[in-house]
Write a protein that binds this ligand. Sequence first.
Ligand code: ATP
Ligand code: MG
Length: 781
Amino acid sequence: RPDAPKLTHFVSRCLIKDFEQRPTTTILIHDPFIIHGSKCIHRVREELRAEIRYQREVSGRVQKHPDVTTKHGKLKSKRKNPPTTIYVDDLAALDSLSEERIVNQLKKRYQMNFIYTYIGDILLAINPFTPLPLYTSAEQKKYCNQMRAAYPPHIFAIADSAYQFMLHEKANQSIVISGESGAGKTESGNLLLKQLVYLGKAPNRNLEQRILQMNPIMEAFGNARTGINNNSSRFGKFLELSMTKSGQLTGARVSVYLLEQSRVIQQANRESNFHAFYYIYDGLEHDKRLKEFHLDRELRQMHSYLPSDRQDNKTKQNNIDKFAQLKNAFEQVGFKDEEVNSIYCILAAILHLGDIEFGEIITDNNTDNKSTVIDLTPIHRTSCLLDIESSDLLECLSVNSVVTRGEIIQRNNSVSEAVATRDAIARALYSRLFDWLVNSINSLLSFYNTREEYNVIGILDIFGFENFTYNSFEQLCINIANEQLQYFFNQHVFALEQAEYESEGVPVQHVGFCDNRPVLDMLVSRPMGLLALLDEESRFPRATDRSLVEKFHCNIKCNYYVRPKSNALQFEVKHFAGNVTYQASGMLEKNRHLLAIEAIQVLRKSNNKTVRALFQSPVTKTGNLYSQDSSTGLVGLASQSRGQQTAATYFRHSLAELLHRMGCNNSGVSLPRFVRCIKPNDQRQPKQFDPLKVVAQLRCSGVMETIRIRRNGYSHRLLFKDFISRYAILGFRLYEKVPPTRDNCKHLLVKLKLDGWAIGKTKVFLKYYHIEHLTKLHEKQ
Ligand code: ATP
Ligand code: MG
């Protein structure tokens, strides 16, 4: 506290004692109530000045003393020494704001391993790229039922505050984690899960362990090595934990979005397939692998779907360990041995399927460009592993049926058609397997105690904004999801909040922000939004990529859409996070996501229960609320039947539904919390902080504006009646009847000696630290 008597003493010690040992002294201000932030800085600066003056005059030690740099300028001394600077836990407490200053604060904190920083109630997390001792059980214990300001910023504190809020308000909570690829979203999500499970101590420890074990399964099947991140999530995930009203964990449910299916069959240069393929190759017992799954290590590089992984011993050992973890996770979550074996069979079958090659049969008149399978071995292996007839598989790869004037006509597949069918089967097998896994996990861990009322804390870890050299349908969907989330963020942090201040007559300085509504409308509105146009074109059998692009060019009249100068099959979208050029080729096909009916029929006839289940439509219902779209990898609205839907429509619905579940329907039921992950450098090096890179991320996620509004604004807004019913006990007598009037609220706030609040026409406006303070007082009652 600025008026703490020991401050002078402390500052003097900093200068004399520490400075003799070190060339630089840093004073980190940990300010529990924020209100003192700038006062503290001011006071420390004054003390430093006075101390220097004193030492100059009295002890003649001036030569040894440093210059003092504060945010208010530099103090002159005769020697030029490294500066002493002051840093705060919450950027919203800074008295003056500039990008430079914020980045400087973050940089210094990062270099001292303070990777977390608050901006009001938002947490910034800068990836340390090295394990830090921040997540031990002692730390977990520390961030338990605490006032946020009691300890330095931490991801566990976010879990704790969401948990406490849920308990006190009896309301659902969601935590949105965002950031670019490799910024640390998944790690943060896992840490949140760890702490929430810890806080929600389930009566049986078994449940706790089972919930934690769902992650190794999801990551083995949904993550892969990319050029940017060795463990990149190739799907979006919304994990919900259910808790009783008294805060006990009762179950978990996960929803997945947009699995990057194309990775199964094709990977960019130096990228890998999903981890699970490598795990089984290195982890399965030698004999079993060879005899049951026909996976020969010598021939591993030959699988066309499996780009060679690093073959060094370290990678191999890692894969072996991960396989053991996966096996254990399957067991703990509750999968049966027979199911686990079927999962391995399906993975191996996909690899063999990719090895089926086709050649062209040249006929006499050469009008029928028929294809033939060059080597039958992979066909036999695939069929054996999927427990289907090889002749059936061969046939569905070689012929396709078209319905012409009510008649079914069979046509031979050309080589490229056969290849496309083969790849479509592989994609469908993998994505349906992924969905089946999700569904099974959900039914195994689903919210128990359904009779007891419960609240839910959700954690959203969704892929960041993507802009590659080649951007296709997948990037379009991913970027639309990000655009939507940014809009949601803006709505919560800026628009709704400011509208409320105005309507309540609370004077708060207006903060301008970059509203991405127009670009979002251009993408998802109907009937003329980009996705709607894509759907419309997908319905025309004769549509081509050219006709699609023409349709976009003619119908989208918006500054956020840019036609290419050339005739190229592409278009550019000006997203909130940057301009992205999308290639139209293949978009229609990906949107239609057709899998030949013959292939579905063959797979439905499999003797393997799990394989059959994947191709039942819809995928095995598991008693939870959601049905699945197995071919797009989306889990969403139960009312949507997947049969007639394009990938785009399904994507739109599930995104809308996700936002609804996170409380973005403005009902105010569940206030989302935000964790913004920041990647400090592209080399994935610890201690390296690239200010330009960080600034770019802060800018495009609206952090600067957030700091401004968080400083000026109030994170909690309570109706008079809620405020009185909750807190009257702190200032009035127990049985006193206190009408919920403005005056009574004001009276109570004054009586409790709080300052910095505001009062509107119907609501009390409080900062988060007021709530913490009130909660503590409440608990003492
Ligand atoms: P993507 O969008 O590609 O899935 P991501 O944002 O989920 O990326 P992560 O996989 O969570 O990124 O993090 C990338 C890597 O950064 C991790 O594998 C880990 O090595 C490191 N990392 C992230 N957060 C931390 C942390 N808190 N402590 C130590 N290392 C971390
Ligand atoms: Mg991730």
